[in-house]
Design a protein around this ligand. Structure first.
Ligand SMILES: C[S@@+](CC[C@H](N)C(=O)[O-])C[C@H]1O[C@@H](n2cnc3c(N)ncnc32)[C@H](O)[C@@H]1O
Length: 275
C-alpha cells in the first residue's frame, strides 16, 4: 500500500526501519515515516531511481557502499551545541578532574560527538583545569563521517554558538573570524590539537578505542532499541578504567539497561573501583 502523503509505502518504510536497526542499532518509530521519505527522496533522484524500493535494493546490494553510508547519515539526528547540559561540565571540573591520577594520561571519549561541540567543550574544561603540561586528550567519534569532517575544522557559526560558551573560555580558547571568516569562531590551536576524531559505529567492536577515564554518551541512546542500549552500555563499561565516569543525556537512563554502573547523579554514573 502506498501512502500518498509520504511517498513511501509501509513495506518500503519497514525495510529502511530494519536496515537502520541492523546497521546502526537505531530504532525508527512509525512516526518517522515522513522524515525518512523527506530525507531520502533527493537521493532517489540523484541515483535516477523511481521509488524507495529500488533505492533500498541499490544500497543493500553491496555495489554502492558510499550510498549506503549517505543514507545512514541522512537518517541520523546530529543536533548539538557547546556546553549542552552545562551541569555535566561543572561536575567534570569540580568532582572528576581533582581526582585525576597525577602523572597519568587523562582520556575522555565523546562517543557520539556529532559536529564536535561536545568534544571541544570537554577539551576547554581540561585545558582550564589540567593545563598544557598535563597529559590529556579528548577522542570524538560518530557513525557519521560528514559531521566528523565538520568537527575537524573546529569552526562554527558565531551566532549560534557564542552564547553557549562561558565568556572566560570564549576569550581564552576561541578565535573570532575576520575577513572571509567573519561570523565564524574557531577553537584555538592549543585546544584543537588535543582533540582527535574517528568514525566509530557504536553497533560494532569498540575495543580499538582504548581505555578512558570519562565517557560522554549523550543524546544518542534515545535513538537505540533496548538490545542496542544494553550492548553499548556493556561495551563502554569495558572501555572505562576502574573508577571511570559515564555521562549520559538528561532524557536518558540506564534503568533496565545496565546494572554495572553506580548511579552518582541523574545522568552521571561511575564504574566501580577495582576491589
Ligand atoms: C543528537 S547527536 C548528540 C551529540 C552530542 N553527544 C550531544 O549530546 O550534543 C547524536 C549523534 O549520534 C550519532 N549516532 C547515531 N547512531 C550512532 C551509532 N550507531 N554509532 C555512533 N554514532 C551514532 C549521530 O550520527 C549523531 O551525530
Amino acid at each position: 500500500m502506498r501512502a500518498e502523503a509520504d511517498g513511501i509505502s509501509e513495506g518500503e518504510f519497514t525495510r529502511f526501519q530494519a536496515l537502520m536497526q541492523r546497521v546502526a542499532g537505531i530504532h525508527l518509530p512509525t512516526s518517522k515515516k515522513s522524515l525518512v521519505s523527506g530525507r531520502l527522496s533527493k537521493r532517489l533522484r540523484a541515483r535516477g531511481l523511481g521509488n524507495f524500493g529500488d533505492y533500498y535494493r541499490h544500497i543493500v546490494g553491496g555495489s554502492d557502499p558510499a550510498e549506503l553510508q549517505t543514507a545512514i547519515e541522512l537518517l541520523t539526528t546530529n543536533e548539538t551545541y557547546f556546553f549542552r547540559e552545562p551541569g555535566h561540565f561543572e561536575f567534570l571540573a569540580r568532582e572528576v578532574l581533582p581526582e585525576a591520577r597525577p602523572g597519568a594520561a587523562f582520556r575522555v571519549w565523546s562517543a557520539a560527538s556529532s559536529t564536535g561541540e561536545e568534544a571541544y567543550s570537554i577539551a576547554m574544561v581540561l585545558m582550564d583545569r589540567l593545563g598544557t603540561s598535563a597529559q590529556w586528550e579528548v577522542f570524538g567519534s560518530d557513525i557519521n563521517s560528514r559531521v566528523l569532517d565538520l568537527a575537524r575544522t573546529a569552526t562554527y557559526p558565531t551566532a549560534r554558538n557564542e552564547e553557549c560558551i562561558p565568556p572566560d573560555y570564549r576569550r581564552r580558547f576561541c578565535l573570532r573570524g575576520t575577513g572571509g571568516m567573519a561570523g565564524k569562531l574557531r577553537v584555538d590551536a592549543a585546544v584543537r590539537e588535543r582533540v582527535r576524531f574517528a568514525q566509530i559505529n557504536l553497533n560494532g567492536d569498540l575495543k580499538g578505542a582504548g581505555e578512558f577515564d570519562v565517557i560522554f554518551l549523550r543524546n544518542v541512546m534515545i535513538y537505540f532499541d533496548l538490545d542496542m542500549k544494553r550492548r553499548v552500555a556493556a561495551a563502554l563499561h569495558r572501555q572505562l578504567r576502574p573508577g571511570g565516569w559515564l555521562f549520559i543525556g538528561h532524557s536518558e537512563s540506564l534503568n533496565g539497561v545496565s546494572g554495572q554502573f553506580q548511579p552518582v547523579r541523574p545522568a552521571i554514573y561511575r564504574k566501580e573501583l577495582a576491589a
